[in-house]
Design a protein around this ligand. Structure first.
Ligand SMILES: Nc1ncnc2c1ncn2[C@@H]1O[C@H](COP(=O)(O)OP(=O)(O)O)[C@@H](O)[C@H]1O
Ligand SMILES: N[C@@H](CC(=O)OP(=O)(O)O)C(=O)O
Length: 463
């Protein structure tokens, strides 16, 4: 079971989370619990890092003090047993002192130190949730991701578990789970050289599936603040409806292109072992939520969901000299790969020789630099950027082999004057993704949600 930041945001929510764990335990299940940082703590920790960078040390200590007192207040209100309360408050005090010392000793925040700072949110919330379980007379211990066996590479900010992780987790957790309920920090791991690493924003879902895979869990439950995976982001379309069942593939596509409710990497470990992933609402544990499984359920409307990602940018590489010059695309990809830049989407033009490459917005400057450096003086005449873009993805396994879906998508958008800058459809045909102006995203999602009747499906969202 993984509880997201929204599910651990305050005393009331942590109480609910602990009750959910108790109920499942009383049904006879062995459980490993993964905790995200409480509420927006990770964002606050990033602010600390930014303040250190800009020399505002006083401000960073002020934010740290606020984080400490917020967590202290939760513990005082949440935990009744004096012994447990003392243990958890001491843990918070120790972590506070550790980070305060770290802050006062450093002037520059490199990516390694940023991971160290960001890890403190989970290091504060997980002991609290474990304490809440002990307060309910359950046997529980608190572990960091590293202590649980998550060993990663040193790709700070986006670390990947090493091969030996699976066995390490199994050896460590199996004996614990048999007699206790471990509460493990989500999002963080440790490298071989002893550094703390993080798995990418929203990465606690990934921790849950890494651990679920290692201990061969019967199911992985992601507890969050909505009733499940919805047909689209409910903040954009309030008529979003709940998807009872979706396939691993559909969940991967929706999360890859912006459905925050799941981390895109969290599905792969579940697929390997065919472990069902459930997404449920912490405030309404009795509701069925969404079940993510292997089997594909084709729905009548063909399209199941729509997602969008705004943190992207387009890089265009163009020049007459590219015509008939083999290997230009390969060179562009290599230049980006050498900088560890992930290519989200590509398209090529023939009348105007252009290669358009969609990358993460954070990678834009590095992409431009890498391509200009590589191609300067050669076949490429121009490397330009367009950061006023977003990618929208229309997903549904039933789309494969159903003619006319793309036609409907683009006709509906064309009629409402939404200009398409780039299109991609994989050979699996259950996903059409396209790039539009950032400002058009909300409008496009609402148009397509209606066009494919997604607002008419079963249940509406309730929070
Ligand atoms: N297709 C979608 N289905 C469900 N939630 C979505 C979707 N797209 C975006 N979201 C957003 O994701 C949020 C849950 O993710 P997140 O804020 O990371 O929660 P948690 O703290 O539980 O990890 C929801 O509150 C919702 O606003
Ligand atoms: N706390 C981390 C990891 C995480 O997964 O959080 P959440 O479950 O609240 O999305 C973050 O904010 O990125």
């Amino acid at each position: 079971m993984k509880f997201g930041g929204t599910s651990l945001a305050d005393t009331e929510m942590i109480k609910r989370a602990a009750e959910i764990v108790r109920e499942k335990h009383n049904e006879g299940f062995n459980i490993a619990v993964i905790a995200s940082a409480s509420g927006k703590t990770t964002d606050e920790l990033i602010k600390i890092a930014k303040n250190i960078e800009s020399g505002e040390r006083k401000e960073s200590i002020k934010i740290l003090d606020e984080i400490k007192s917020k967590h202290d207040d939760i513990v005082k209100e949440l935990i009744d047993k004096d012994k447990v309360k003392k243990e958890v408050l001491n843990e918070i005090k120790d972590r506070y002192k550790e980070l305060k010392t770290g802050i006062s000793e450093l002037n520059k925040v490199d990516e390694r130190f940023l991971d160290y700072i960001m890890s403190f949110g989970e290091k504060l919330s997980a002991p609290i949730l474990s304490g809440a379980l002990r307060d309910l007379e359950l046997d529980s211990i608190y572990l960091t991701g590293r202590e649980a066996g998550i060993l990663t590479d040193t790709d700070y900010g986006n670390a990947n578990p090493l091969k030996e992780t699976e066995k390490k987790i199994r050896n460590k957790l199996e004996p614990i789970i048999a007699k206790s309920i471990p509460v493990i920090t989500g999002f963080i791991g440790g490298s071989k050289n002893g550094d703390t690493t993080t798995l990418g924003r929203g990465g606690s879902d990934y921790t849950a599936s890494i651990i679920g895979e290692a201990i061969k869990a019967n199911e992985i439950i992601i507890w969050t603040d909505v009733d499940g995976v919805l047909t689209c982001d409910p903040n954009i379309e309030p008529n979003a409806t709940i998807l009872d069942k979706i396939s691993y593939k559909e969940a991967m596509e929706l999360s890859y292109f912006g459905a925050d409710v799941l981390h895109p990497k969290s599905i792969a470990p579940a697929i390997e072992n065919n472990i069902p992933v459930k997404v449920k609402n912490t405030k309404k544990p009795k509701k069925h939520g969404t079940e993510i499984i292997k089997e594909e359920e084709k729905v009548e409307g063909v399209v199941k969901g729509i997602s969008a990602e705004k943190d992207v940018a387009l890089v265009n590489v163009s020049g007459i000299g590219m015509i008939g010059t083999p290997g230009v695309a390969a060179e562009a990809f290599t230049a980006l790969a050498n900088e560890k830049i992930n290519i989200i989407m590509i398209s090529t033009g023939s009348s105007e020789p252009t290669i358009s490459i969609l990358v993460d917005k954070n990678d834009l400057s590095n992409s431009i630099r890498a391509l200009r450096n590589h191609f300067e003086g050669g076949a490429i005449e121009e490397v330009t950027r367009d950061s006023d873009v977003a990618v929208v993805s229309v997903v549904g396994t039933g789309m494969a082999g159903t003619p006319g879906v793309a036609g409907r998508v683009f006709e509906a958008l064309g009629k409402r004057e939404i200009n398409i800058k780039m299109i991609s459809q994989g050979s699996s045909e259950f996903n059409i993704s396209f790039v539009i102006k950032e400002n058009d995203v909300e409008k496009a999602i609402r148009i397509l949600h209606k066009e494919f009747g997604l607002d008419k499906v079963k249940e509406k969202l309730s929070r």
